[in-house]
Design a protein around this ligand. Structure first.
Ligand code: FAD
Ligand code: EPU
Length: 350
């Protein structure tokens, strides 16, 4: 390892297995740990790495390494400060959070400071810097609603930039950052959080969970309920390798959704887009096609939740990807609906 006074350390041939929640055995040619985001420019100019492909890696909870060798530079940020920029009692608070801050810890900290909004997003794994990449969402809320600006190092402009929320192209599990991967290294996120806002309990099952807990739920109660539901529904990466939902819920034209519902009345569908589209439950389609609990070697589909691709131990990224492709082909053959993967696939295309 080369230790530099420059705000980062650079190591060669680094194991990525402890750094991805699929627990895929992969290695990177170079791995940079960045303590000071201002040093990114110097890091990317380093002779050994400047012409290599780049991958920004947070906690690795939404990546699948399809190839066991990454012939490039992995950039991992470790700056995790939080600063309250402005606070108007009874109105809003503005906070700036550095990229490496743990997401769930941020949810907890802001709620304890009396700031609302992030409670429905409790227990999503990952760093704050990754939150805008796919505009993380859960239980009827998306982070893009609260982001005012994203600060990033832009590799094309070779400078730090501030992107206003309106310029981030946030959509369902989508953003400008996801469409141009690794062009911008997110170094901090600015959020505007209401101090006084109604709780949002529309997502199926959330209200019911709270009724059993308390009469007038606070945002902290909502976060507790969300955590409970998530622990029940989703396999825990500490116990079995996974990256949460492997596929996005497909958004299809309204007439296709209506036709599918006529054939399959139990298929859950949700509003999407401008009313001419509907979002379908990918989990239901996959389960209905018979894949729930499927296992071949150590690669499979969770028996707990059909949307979760799992590594029972020693599956390679290629084996996991092969199962995911078969699932998608089977859903397309059965229902005429194409599934798109949600996580970043490194070293292959879907
Ligand atoms: P990584 O997995 O390390 O990276 C993901 C992508 O973001 C990669 O393309 C990476 O290059 C890029 N990236 C990461 N950090 C940066 C940065 N600083 N700058 C630029 N690019 C960056 N997601 C949801 O939306 N909702 C959920 O409910 C949800 N539930 C999950 C449950 C489980 C059990 C798991 C394992 C995952 C779940 N996810 C969910 C997915 C995941 O938690 C999120 O996508 C999270 O934001 C990923 O954070 P990370 O730090 O692990 O990012
Ligand atoms: N369902 C099945 N079989 C299953 C699981 C679910 O048929 O094995 C059906 C049920 O009818 C259920 C419906 O699917 O009512 C929806 O299930 P769930 O509430 O678990 O939500 P989801 O659509 O499967 C999405 C997100 C999750 C997020 C939850 C809660 C996507 C791709 N996934 O899952 O996000 O936590 O809603 O908001 O949008 C992630 O992105 O990694 C992730 C976990």
């Amino acid at each position: 390892m080369t230790a530099l006074p420059a705000g980062y350390t650079l190591a060669r041939d680094v194991a990525l297995r402890p750094r991805n929640t699929f627990r895929i055995d992969a290695r990177a040619r170079w791995f940079a740990t960045v303590h000071d985001a201002q040093s990114l420019s110097a890091l990317l100019e380093e002779r050994d790495v400047r012409s290599l492909p780049l991958l920004v890696l947070g906690q690795g909870s939404n990546v699948l390494f399809a190839d066991p060798w990454f012939e490039g530079l992995v950039v991992h940020l470790v700056c995790d400060g939080l600063r309250v920029l402005q606070d108007s009692p009874g109105e809003h608070a503005a906070v700036r959070v550095e990229a490496a801050h743990d997401w769930d810890r941020l949810v907890d900290r802001t709620l304890r400071l009396g700031m609302r909004g992030l409670e429905n997003l409790a227990l999503i794994p990952g760093q704050v810097g990754a939150a805008p990449i796919q505009n993380i969402g859960a239980y009827g809320v998306e982070v893009g609603e609260f982001i005012t600006a994203v600060f990033a190092f832009d590799r094309v402009l070779h400078s730090m930039v501030r992107l206003e929320a309106a310029d981030c192209g946030f959509g369902y599990r989508d953003s400008l950052f996801k469409r141009e991967p690794d062009r911008r290294i997110v170094v901090a996120v600015e959020l505007r959080l209401p101090r006084d806002a109604a709780t949002r309990l529309e997502y199926a099952g959330l209200h019911e969970e709270l009724v059993a807990m308390c009469a007038a739920p606070t945002p902290l109660n909502v976060a507790t309920a969300v955590r409970r539901i998530r622990r029940r529904k989703l396999p825990d990466p500490a116990e079995i390798g996974n990256a949460g939902s492997f596929f996005k819920n497909p958004v299809v034209p309204l007439d296709l959704a209506v036709a599918l519902r006529e054939q399959h009345p139990a298929l859950p569908t949700y509003p999407a887009g401008d009313g001419h589209q509907r979002k379908l439950s990918a989990a239901w389609l996959i389960a209905e096609a018979g894949w729930r609990g499927f296992r071949e070697g150590d690669a499979g589909i969770s028996a707990q939740h059909a949307l979760v691709l799992v590594n029972h131990g020693a599956a390679t990224g290629a084996q996991l990807l092969a199962v995911a492709r078969r699932v998608a082909e089977s859903v397309e053959a059965n229902f005429g609906v194409r599934l798109e993967p949600e996580p970043r696939i490194v070293g292959a295309t879907f």
